[in-house]
Write a protein that binds this ligand. Structure first.
Ligand SMILES: Nc1ncnc2c1ncn2[C@@H]1O[C@H](COP(=O)(O)OP(=O)(O)O)[C@@H](O)[C@H]1O
Ligand SMILES: [Mg+2]
Length: 262
């Protein structure tokens, strides 16, 4: 088992009732493509951030999170900094905002290598160029020197993916990575993620409010509602034979057009 989350509870100071995630448990195998789906406010992002301890203003996180045998809630900050970027990569909803507007694309892709790998400047440049090729960005030698504003949103997400995967992490957490992109680009990014999963066996935890996107990428899905897991199973089974009323409503809310395309 690569990742084990057991009875995860997340509580805030400033929230009446206090609790946003009420005891969530799930596992993930290495190389698996697992989806978390649910409408806005379900607790998907909090769950993902808790895994790498990126939640800052939280009163309390309870439960157990074990990633590759490391107890993530007990690990030191130093250990966590090593794990982030090296063993776990992230991509988020807004790729343009996630990139530093003042830094060249090449530098941003290179950053995890600088933090985690003891390799020469020449070797780093080679790895960055290869990473740019691997995510199908055009003209690596030119792209490496560009700034984020010179790329499209879809290209910026490819940059994020290149940077997130450059240290060959075991797990990529993708939180609504295509929500800000148009439908054609969405499809390309999903294809790229699937390709990366197949080529490098990187496990993908794909978070979305859209079950039809999860169905296109993942083999298994967790449905979250209001801080709880309400249903889980193989994605085809959950999509075609949902058990819970909430999942049925999620499926009913998918526009017919995208239902046809899945
Ligand atoms: N810093 C915070 N303080 C208080 N409540 C928060 C904070 N961050 C998130 N929440 C609440 O926790 C719940 C789950 O949030 P989130 O995980 O972001 O949902 P999702 O990603 O599924 O849309 C929401 O009701 C949200 O308002
Ligand atoms: Mg979210």
């Amino acid at each position: 088992m690569m990742l084990e989350v057991k009875n995860l509870v997340i509580r805030f100071h400033d929230r009446i009732g206090g609790e946003a995630v009420h005891g969530v448990s799930f596992n993930m195998d290495s190389g698996e493509r697992l989806g978390i789906v649910g409408e806005s406010g379900a607790g998907k992002t909090l769950t993902a951030l808790a895994i790498t301890r990126l939640l800052t203003d939280v009163t309390e996180i309870k439960g157990e999170i074990t990633f590759q045998k490391t107890d993530m809630l007990a690990a030191s900050d130093k250990e966590m900094r090593k794990i982030r970027g090296r063993d776990i990569g992230f991509i988020f909803q807004d790729p343009v905002a996630s990139l530093n507007p003042l830094m060249r694309i090449g530098q941003q892709i290179e950053e995890p290598l600088l933090l985690h790998m003891d390799i020469s400047k020449e070797e780093r440049r080679e790895r960055v160029l290869q990473a740019i090729r691997d995510v199908d960005l055009p003209d690596p030698e030119i792209t490496i020197n560009k700034f984020p504003h010179q790329l499209s949103g879809g290209q910026c997400q490819r940059v994020m993916i290149a940077s997130a995967l450059i240290c060959h992490p075991a797990l990529l957490i993708a939180d609504e990575p295509t929500t800000a992109l148009d439908v054609t680009v969405q499809t390309q990014i999903l294809k790229l993620l699937k390709q990366k999963n197949k080529d490098e066996n990187v496990g993908i935890l794909y978070i979305s409010h859209d079950l039809s996107l999860v169905r296109r990428l993942c083999t298994r899905v967790i449905v979250m509602y209001n801080g709880d897991i309400v249903e889980t199973g193989p994605v085809e089974q959950v999509f075609t034979h949902p058990c819970e009323e909430y999942t049925k409503r999620l499926i009913a809310a998918i526009p017919t057009r995208s239902k046809r395309y899945v």
